[in-house]
Design a protein around this ligand. Structure first.
Ligand code: NDP
Length: 231
């Protein structure tokens, strides 16, 4: 049995990752900020004894260290850095940028996944698959940016990409692989109802990308369908 840890597992793509991995018999460490109000996760945990729910705010480094300690004897085959925020949508245009929100968003989207990776390196080294898969966004691609705006979200994902690229170089010799995954435009609270694909479709494809991963592909920025994206 393989083990997977998913951040932001109470709704959206994180919940779907937890649902599909649990149904396939993986041991799932499903993490969320407020387990008490995570009703859908509670239902999943009731249905699958291979899924446990853990409190984790990825912006809180003490939370991250506490969880790494709680799971210190466990292997993590696949770390899914999924938790993320768009930031304040009405304060991302020149002239009205909310700098406090920018700072908060960087802490969640950029520092959070890197801190998770650092804290869970020993767990990944104990695993067999040794993959850290991070949900990024095409909006973090500088080469693809033709529409401007979204300063807060774009920079948080571009910086995340840069950091994870370094991690890919630094960790290859230790046998740990890094994947940067764009999930598509997906119908979640973040993606909205006009989005093009469902969480079920996105996560089925992303799990395939994770399954077929080998170290020769470490550090790539790829779409859910496997296409590589420009930085
Ligand atoms: P949602 O807004 O639907 O869900 C976000 C999840 O992240 C929630 O579980 C939320 O928990 C959690 N989260 C937010 N902040 C924190 C935090 N500080 N600590 C722990 N958990 C936190 O987003 P999606 O499911 O759509 O997005 C998942 C990932 O995919 C994100 O990284 C996003 O940037 C990326 N993505 C999504 C796209 C889409 O079209 N949907 C497109 C491109 C990328 P809570 O309920 O407590 O707020």
């Amino acid at each position: 049995m393989s083990n997977v840890l998913v951040t932001g597992a109470n709704r959206g793509l994180g919940l779907e990752f937890a649902r599909q991995y649990a149904a396939d018999g993986w041991r799932v460490f499903a993490c969320c900020r407020n387990p008490e109000s995570a009703q859908e996760l509670a239902v999943l945990a009731g249905r699958h004894h291979n899924l446990s729910v853990h409190r984790l705010d990825v912006a809180d480094h003490e939370d991250i260290d506490a969880l790494a300690g709680e799971l210190q004897d466990q292997a993590v085959d696949v770390l899914v850095n999924n938790a993320g925020t768009y930031g304040n949508r009405s304060a991302q245009q020149l002239g009205n940028i909310d700098y406090e929100d920018w700072s908060r968003t960087l802490r969640v989207n950029t520092l959070g996944p890197v801190r998770m990776l650092e804290a869970f390196l020993p767990h990944l080294e104990r695993g067999e698959r040794r993959v850290a898969a991070t949900l990024t966004s095409l909006m973090g691609s500088i080469a693809d940016n033709t529409s401007g705006g979204s300063y807060i979200y774009r920079t948080s994902k571009a910086a995340l990409n840069a950091a994870m690229k370094s991690a890919a170089v630094d960790l290859e010799a230790r046998g740990i692989g890094i994947l940067l995954l764009h999930p598509g435009w997906v119908k979640t609270d973040m993606g909205g109802s006009s989005a093009l694909i469902t969480p079920e479709e996105s996560i089925r494809a992303l799990r395939q990308r994770i399954d077929e991963f080998d170290l020769s592909r470490t550090g790539r920025f790829i779409n859910y369908d496997g296409r590589e994206y420009p930085w």
